[in-house]
Design a protein around this ligand. Structure first.
Ligand code: ADP
Ligand code: ZN
Length: 360
């Protein structure tokens, strides 16, 4: 006997994203007014907790017994099966219910593991994301990807589980160290290149203010990028087509990041990826020489090109790209810009062109 269970997914994952300056205290208002959970489990990391312990107490938890805080080491290594096990055990000890919720306060590491836990605890509970790095604010907190690493690969264990609310307070960015800050600026440049021509021009005009962490400039940039990524995620939530444009710079970038043993930060690796992939776009996708030069110049004046690729032979980098895409043979597909602010995806590129661009 055969039966068919017709199960069309019709869950509503809609949620609000609030972006502003000095708005962290709204988290508590939203929790009380909209969710009213029986328990709130905050996950954060050591660095963030050290800087923001008082703020979290003053503006979020007070002395309420509803809140429990877990502080994990501030390291990509925390996105591990070991930390997940630890947190799962600790959190289930608290006898949580379907009305309990998790709150991530931190960068991508904290956001990714918290989202993952929320998607599996009791087969899925609500979570709020309060991203505190630029990368987390403009990228990883938007779009519902959650992940942990295994010892063999990054981000390969994961789910799509959307937060119930995302609060982006740009005040947090003032305490980022310069490396972490610039690392995030690189992701902003990428977003502007694939869809926001005006934002790219704004970056060119205001690069000095960007380097000075000007609050108004940052707020505008974050708003632009989050609005754009949200639109893309609504069109293509599971990265079947348009969401792929956000991977511009990432085919080469991921290979370099991985070959460095993750010693160079993601943003610096994708800055080099963007330089190489812009050159590929110049050769194959109609990108003008003027646009190519503008991109190289902006990446340079923001001190993002560490020229790590010069230490890695092309063949090593190419093998890594093929391995990452699980491809064999001589062609890889790239998301490539056509001009600043416009990107296409699924562009096949031959090895010799990638090599030309890599060595350029
Ligand atoms: P990302 O968001 O860049 O993917 P992480 O979650 O690894 O990455 O965060 C990068 C580093 O920045 C970590 O050491 C983390 O503790 C630290 N960090 C996160 N947010 C802040 C902040 N607002 N101020 C200072 N340091 C922070
Ligand atoms: Zn990225």
């Amino acid at each position: 006997m055969y039966l068919t269970l017709k199960l069309k997914k019709n869950f509503d994952y809609s949620h609000q994203i609030e972006i502003g300056k000095s708005i962290f205290s709204h988290t508590r208002e939203v929790i009380e007014n909209e969710f009213n959970p029986d328990k709130c489990i905050i996950i954060t990391d050591e660095n963030v907790f050290k800087i923001y312990k008082q703020k979290i107490k003053k503006e979020l938890t007070g002395n309420s017994k509803h809140f429990h805080i877990y502080v994990i080491p501030a390291d990509e290594k925390s996105k591990s099966q070991k930390t997940r096990d630890f947190l799962e055990n600790e959190i289930t000890k608290l006898r949580l219910s379907r009305d309990s919720m998790l709150i991530a306060i931190g960068g991508g590491v904290v956001g990714d593991i918290t989202g993952f836990l929320a998607s599996t605890l009791l087969r899925g509970i609500k979570y709020i994301n309060v991203p505190t790095t630029i990368i987390a604010q403009v990228d990883s907190s938007i779009g519902g990807k959650t992940a942990i690493n295994t010892k063999y690969a990054k981000n390969l264990i994961g789910t799509f589980h959307y937060p119930s609310f995302v609060l982006i307070d740009t005040d947090f960015l003032q305490t980022l160290d310069m490396d972490e800050y610039l690392n995030g600026i690189s992701e902003i440049i990428k977003t502007s290149l694939v869809g926001l021509e005006n934002t790219f021009s704004f970056l060119e005009k205001n690069y000095k203010s960007v380097l000075e962490k000007n609050e108004n400039v940052l707020l505008k940039l974050i708003k632009d990028c989050v609005s754009f990524k949200s639109k893309i995620v609504m069109i293509d939530p599971t990265e079947k087509n348009w969401r792929k444009i956000l991977n511009f710079g990432h085919t080469v970038g991921h290979a370099l990041e991985s070959l460095s043993g993750y010693r160079i930060k993601h943003g610096f690796a994708i800055a080099e990826g963007m330089i190489t992939e812009s050159y590929i776009a110049f050769v194959t996708n109609g990108l003008s020489e003027v646009d190519l030069l503008r991109i190289q110049y902006l990446i340079d004046i923001l001190n993002l090109d560490k020229k790590f690729r010069r230490k890695i032979s092309f063949n090593k980098a190419y093998d890594k790209m093929l391995y990452d895409k699980k491809k064999i043979g001589n062609s890889l597909t790239f998301s490539l810009i056509k001009k600043i602010g416009l990107c296409s995806f699924n562009n096949k590129v031959n090895k010799h062109i990638i090599e030309l661009a890599y060595r350029h």
